[in-house]
Design a protein around this ligand. Structure first.
Ligand code: AMP
Length: 590
């Protein structure tokens, strides 16, 4: 398949933020793609070579990328660097510089998707001494034969900067339309995606074997399952109401969610974002080998403990492990335990369709022999009265937890879904908006005074699920230490875009705009109506959105959360209504 139609589609996609138009472009691209290339094209449009859990990256240094552009375009390096300083993007630099490249007199090799993908793959797989030079040669071989527009996308991809703003759900819609003619079949595709976390494989299966094969897709050991998520509630009464009067209440530990895959002689750990994090926790990995099952997929929360008292410590303690240079040394300094709360797969059988109660029983049974100092089953109680939930919650908080998770005893495990089958009840929700929000950083103002050269304030947005965009809700400039300021600058710089990102909606004017990738936690004193922020615009009052008053960064970057897992505009609106109700004693506005 020619590389050209792919590049043309990318260019069209970059020009639009309409989800319908994006879907249409994808559908026509997928229809043009030979079935046995569908997986590769699916990964490429996501800016990847493989599913995230494979953890494969190109690893080409910026300086090498600039050299490749220089050598292919016949320009000297300093001229290329100059353009890079102006554009701030390696892909755009390639596009500009290559426009004036001398026409090659050699017969060039055809630019096909197959060739581009396999060269990318070779770049990613080249490691060790001298690998940067080898990578450079591979990149140059592609650039030598490409048009400026092709070069632009090749370099964006290689640098991990190709972001067309397409959510997984849009790709699923497009696949359903392209191969079954009916968007309603997206659900079957989504189910397969939820158990495999691998859009490419789902796409290829659909294109080559049809919908029935997708429906029959099974859970596979060492392929992460997309986690089931929880809605939030504010009172024990509401939690019990959601659970139809009888609930399983568990400690909600403040750590890192980990999906443990155990095989006969191998254990892998995946994060909530489905990245492989086995190397972060050698101690947990080793302990998990002791689980009494040939094969198992289980979920638990890894949490730091005080080795002296066994008390749970807050999330920040766990993060010390990441900051420390060697995981081995960090292991000793910051001991952890894993509290398992679910079992999804056991000895060849998918356990997700079983009700929670049965899965819990199974979990206790499997872990019976394996429970040592490090492996635990999360404390749990069945409750039928709000007082019971409250009492258990107080106990959890006393033990160092954030609150409790309340689960519907008869519920199956719904991979990838956030519904009221699980709800979280956190301590903070009890006082008026001591509630934290997890918001996406979408823009910034340049710093002044002591903050010159850094970002002075960040623009934050909540996620609007129905429109798949991020709507601004606050500017935050307090709660940052000097270290945070450095860290924000370092990490956000990579995500600067030249204008407001297509998936960002705000009435605010900022100095710098970012791709919506980073999620941070903030607290605020209350939520107010705002003429310039767009979260929940027109929902409460015509012409007004909602904004946070006195927002403050809590010190926690939620790099365990995808932007789509941030606080939603509906949640902000619910918080606003609740606050009004508390203040006036009036019934909710809706
Ligand atoms: P949040 O990150 O605030 O949306 O809360 C959901 C997270 O709580 C999950 O992703 C887990 O990391 C964590 N968690 C802690 N304890 C439990 C539990 N008993 N059951 C499920 N999730 C838990």
């Amino acid at each position: 398949m020619d590389f050209k139609p792919l590049v043309e589609t990318f260019a069209e996609m970059e020009q639009t933020s309409s989800r319908i138009a994006l879907t249409d472009y994808l559908v026509s691209l997928l229809k043009k793609t030979p079935p046995d290339l569908i997986d590769k094209v699916t990964y490429l449009i996501q800016g990847k070579l493989y599913p995230d859990y494979e953890g494969i990256e190109m690893g080409l240094a910026e300086k090498m990328a600039l050299r490749a552009i220089a050598s292919s375009s016949g320009k000297n390096l300093s001229a290329v660097e100059k353009v890079y300083r102006e554009t701030g993007d390696i892909g755009d630099t390639a596009g500009k510089v290559m426009v004036s490249k001398a026409q090659s007199t050699l017969v060039s090799e055809a630019m096909t998707v197959e060739r581009v993908y396999s060269t990318f793959d070779r770049i990613a797989r080249t490691t060790g001494q001298g690998s940067q030079e080898t990578k450079l040669r591979h990149v140059s071989s592609l650039l030598n034969d490409s048009t400026p527009e092709e070069g632009r996308y090749i370099m964006k991809f290689v640098m991990g900067a190709l972001r067309l703003g397409i959510a997984d759900y849009t790709v699923l819609d497009a696949l359903a339309i392209a191969f079954t003619g009916d968007k309603a079949n997206r659900e079957a595709l989504e189910n397969a995606y939820n158990v495999s976390s691998d859009l490419g494989t789902v796409a290829r299966l659909l294109a080559t074997k049809g919908l029935a094969a997708v429906k029959a897709m099974q859970v596979t050991l060492f392929k992460p399952i997309r986690p089931m998520l929880a809605e939030r509630v504010t009172t024990a009464e509401e939690a019990l109401e959601r659970m139809e009067g009888k609930a399983a209440v568990e400690y909600k530990l403040d750590g890192e969610r980990v999906q443990v895959h155990k095989g006969k002689d191998r254990v892998e750990l995946f994060s909530r974002r489905l990245e492989k994090i086995t190397s972060h926790y050698p101690d947990v990995t080793k302990a998990a080998m002791g689980i009494k099952a040939k094969e198992a997929i289980m979920e638990g929360e890894v949490v730091a403990i005080n080795a002296q008292t066994g008390e749970y410590l807050p999330f920040q303690e766990l993060m010390h492990r990441r900051r420390k240079y060697g995981f081995e040394e960090a292991m000793e300094a910051y001991p952890v335990v894993i509290n398992f709360f679910d079992v999804l797969y056991l000895d060849g059988k998918n356990k997700m369709p079983l009700p929670y109660e049965e899965r819990r029983e199974l979990l206790e049974k499997v872990l019976m022999g394996a429970r040592d100092g490090m492996i635990k089953v999360v404390p749990q109680k069945i409750a039928t009265k709000p007082e019971q939930v409250d009492r258990f919650m107080n106990q959890a908080i006393e033990d160092g937890c954030e609150g409790v998770m309340v689960k519907l005893p008869q519920s199956i495990y719904r991979a990838g879904s956030r519904e009221y089958l699980w709800v979280k009840l956190k301590r903070e929700y009890r006082s008026e908006l001591a509630d934290t929000l997890d918001l996406v950083v979408v823009g910034a103002l340049h710093g002044r005074g002591r903050r010159v050269g850094k970002y002075g304030a960040l623009l934050l947005a909540a996620y609007d699920k129905s429109e798949d965009v991020f709507k601004s809700v606050s500017k935050v400039g307090t709660g940052f230490t000097d270290e945070h300021l450095d860290q924000f600058y370092r990490e956000l710089e990579k995500h600067v875009v030249h204008q407001k990102h297509a998936r960002v909606d705000t009435g605010m004017d900022m100095d710098v705009w970012f791709e919506p990738v980073m999620v941070i936690e903030v607290i605020a004193s209350e939520i107010t109506l705002s003429p310039s922020h767009t979260a929940a615009k027109n929902l409460i009052r015509e012409g007004y959105g909602l904004a946070l008053r006195f927002p403050k960064f809590t010190g926690r970057i939620r790099d365990d959360k995808d932007p789509e897992a941030a606080t939603t505009v509906e949640e902000v609106a619910t918080m606003y209504k609740r606050q009004v109700r508390v203040r006036t004693g009036a019934p909710p506005a809706d």
